[in-house]
Design a protein around this ligand. Structure first.
Ligand SMILES: C[S@@+](CC[C@H](N)C(=O)[O-])C[C@H]1O[C@@H](n2cnc3c(N)ncnc32)[C@H](O)[C@@H]1O
Length: 231
């Protein structure tokens, strides 16, 4: 049974940033996961979030009334291609625009189509083994390759407003393979994770001594991918 909790949090100040986290959310999330304040945290869709390394595709946001909000991101870049090494962060917190319409209307970032599988796989790649990936959304988001879902948080901020749903995954390829009913060793599980990242073009293929893809082409593996995406 996945640990599931509900929080009622105050809405962010209207003058803050469109779509920003409810008050106290980030601090509570760290406590919930058991991370210290100095943990290495990345927010690829950073906006005006408060903790960790904030990356955003833009430096400023122009509101519909013409006001320009400076975001001061630590890194400017696209969450589908993170400029960080594999296994770098204790927590990657994803808070993307929730659909293409919102991306276009609210953030003027509609020229970049959001591809969940790609930005989620990038988040997994840069998370340390044993680290966490939290996805904050108004939809229940799917399982992440090489990870296990460890917690769900539902958040209410006000009436007539969609609940937010935070899925917290732990990067643990061995446990993920075991959960799929596979009796695999550590290297095999890591290979499954790498092959998944490779499929969305985010990881160099691992070649064996004969220059072939490690574990390439096995029927069993294809079914692993199919199964993990259905979860
Ligand atoms: C929902 S807001 C994040 C709000 C943030 N959690 C806060 O508390 O302020 C989504 C952010 O993602 C940014 N964004 C949109 N597409 C992006 C992309 N492809 N890569 C990185 N950032 C992107 C937008 O500019 C916007 O600031």
């Amino acid at each position: 049974m996945i640990d599931t909790v509900a929080w009622v949090l105050p809405r962010p100040s209207k003058t803050k940033y469109p779509g920003s986290f409810p008050l106290y959310f980030e601090q509570k999330l760290l406590r919930e996961i058991g991370l210290p304040k100095d943990a290495n945290i990345l927010q690829p869709f950073g906006g005006m979030a408060e903790i960790g390394t904030r990356m955003d595709i833009q430096k400023t946001l122009t509101l519909s009334d013409g006001r320009i909000i400076p975001l001061h991101p630590d890194v400017v870049g696209d969450a589908h291609h993170l400029p960080f090494a594999d296994n770098s962060f204790d927590l990657v917190l994803l808070d993307p625009p929730y659909d293409d319409e919102q991306s276009k209307q609210l953030y003027h970032t509609g020229h970049i189509k959001l591809r969940f599988k790609e930005y989620a796989a990038e988040a997994v790649r840069v998370t340390k083994l044993g680290g966490h990936i939290a996805v904050y959304h108004w939809l229940a988001t799917p399982a992440l390759l090489g990870c296990v879902l460890v917690k769900r948080i539902f958040i209410e901020t006000r009436t007539w407003h969609r609940l937010r749903c935070v899925h917290i995954h732990q990067k643990d390829p061995v446990a993920a393979a075991r959960k799929l009913g596979l009796d695999r060793d550590h290297n095999a599980a890591i290979n499954i994770l790498n092959r998944g990242l490779q499929q969305v073009g985010l990881c160099q293929p691992e070649l064996n001594a004969s220059g072939e893809l490690a574990m390439a082409g096995s029927q069993k593996e294809e079914s692993v991918h199919a199964k993990s995406e259905d979860n």
